[in-house]
Write a protein that binds this ligand. Structure first.
Ligand code: 13P
Ligand code: SF4
Length: 367
């Protein structure tokens, strides 16, 4: 089911009473419900969430860390403060008695929406005509459960930005070439780091159903799905040139969801976890421009007053869909659990979950 279908379902719109409540009251209600439910409740919060949500998270982390946390919790209720694909992953990795809730069903991911299962099946069929049985499908976890299942069913796996290198290396021990969904930039940056030249990478365009590649297809090692993160694509070569001119001793660190050109000109690139750890280890007085989501960048700035830290793009906004999870939606989700009338439950169909788990298990084994 896609996000549009989900929001059309009942119980997906925040009741007006939560808009009328004061922040103080909402916070004290959240605290009271957390105390009441105790170990029965687990709130994972992705690093890109707002501070008002992170304040109540039982665990914070990137996609990989939160998938690991979801896979090991014994709580009956998991209120996932992140986006839809993360909550689906949590549902796949928990047992049938554990309930996963996404506080706002509109918290999707525009990148995950750039590949649907029908496009993927069509692409695979066409690509097989060119490449035969030489491809392994890999998908960034930022994808629907159906695409994870598609990969699992064909011996492929999910990857996150934290373990993409390991997973791509592994994939080449299995097959001659990979199809990497849905983020062309993470796929390209990772393959390039592993020594695969850009000339050996083709792009699959799911809108035109065509392979974008000039030359002999037998030289293609990596087929990149033409998807991207609308947040990370906002960091540009111009941002870097401007900064190099105005503050030449600034270190530039970006997420690998940024374009190849941006990664190339930056000093370092790495996952959310890598960025956080790099800044933590950096000496006092050092200067950093960060190319990733703004809720996280603002939090890093607050946590490191001894360092000079800015966003690589001075006009950057937070990820709009991550931002949909806010204090009122969190409270709404928690009160629905308390009342025994759970809203916004995320459930992945059993046959999809069964195949998706193969793909996720490979990723978790290579964490
Ligand atoms: P990571 O959590 O793997 O760094 O991914 C970033 C992201 O865009 C999550 O939506
Ligand atoms: Fe999706 Fe990008 Fe937002 Fe992550 S930051 S949830 S990849 S749109």
């Amino acid at each position: 089911m896609n996000i549009l279908d989900l929001v059309k379902k009942e119980n997906t719109v925040l009741p007006a009473r939560y808009r009328e409540m004061s922040t103080t009251e909402m916070k004290s209600r959240v605290i009271a419900i957390k105390e009441k439910l105790g170990e029965d409740l687990f709130i994972p919060g992705h690093h890109y969430q707002k501070d008002e949500v992170i304040e109540f998270a039982d665990a914070t982390g990137d996609s990989l860390q939160l998938a690991q946390a979801a896979g090991s919790t014994t709580a009956s209720y998991i209120v996932f403060c992140g986006v839809h694909f993360m909550a689906e992953t949590a549902d796949i990795l928990t047992n049938e008695n554990q309930v996963v809730v996404l506080p706002d069903m509109r918290a999707g991911c525009s990148m995950a929406d750039m590949a649907d299962i029908h496009q993927t099946e069509r692409a695979w069929e066409k690509l097989q005509k060119v490449f035969g049985d030489t491809m392994l499908p890999l998908t960034y976890v930022n994808s629907t459960a159906a695409i994870k299942a598609f990969c699992g069913e064909r011996g492929g796996a999910t990857v996150t930005s934290s373990n993409a290198h390991k997973m791509v290396e592994w994939a080449f021990t299995e097959k001659e070439r990979i199809l990497f969904l849905p983020d062309q930039h993470l796929g390209r940056n990772t393959a390039f780091d592993l020594g695969i030249p850009l000339e050996e990478m083709a792009v699959w365009n799911p809108i035109t159903d065509e392979l974008e590649f000039e030359g002999d297809p037998s030289t293609v090692k990596v087929i990149l799905w033409k998807g991207h993160c609308s947040v990370h694509e906002k960091f540009t070569v111009e941002n870097i040139k401007e900064l190099r001119k105005t503050v030449p001793d600034m270190n530039i660190i970006v997420h690998p969801e940024c374009t190849r050109e941006v990664v190339e000109l930056s000093d370092q690139a790495g996952s959310t976890k890598y960025i956080i750890e790099t800044i933590e280890k950096a000496p006092a007085g050092s200067k950093w421009a960060i190319g990733t989501e703004m809720n996280l960048v603002n939090r890093i700035i607050q946590q490191h007053p001894d360092k000079e830290i800015v966003s690589l793009n001075p006009n950057m906004c937070p990820c709009l869909t991550m931002n949909r999870i806010d204090l009122p939606h969190l409270l709404w989700a928690l009160e629905s659990i308390e009342d025994g009338n759970v809203i916004n439950r995320i459930t992945v169909e059993e046959d999809v979950a069964k195949n998706a788990i193969y793909a996720l298990e490979k990723m978790l084994a290579n964490a």
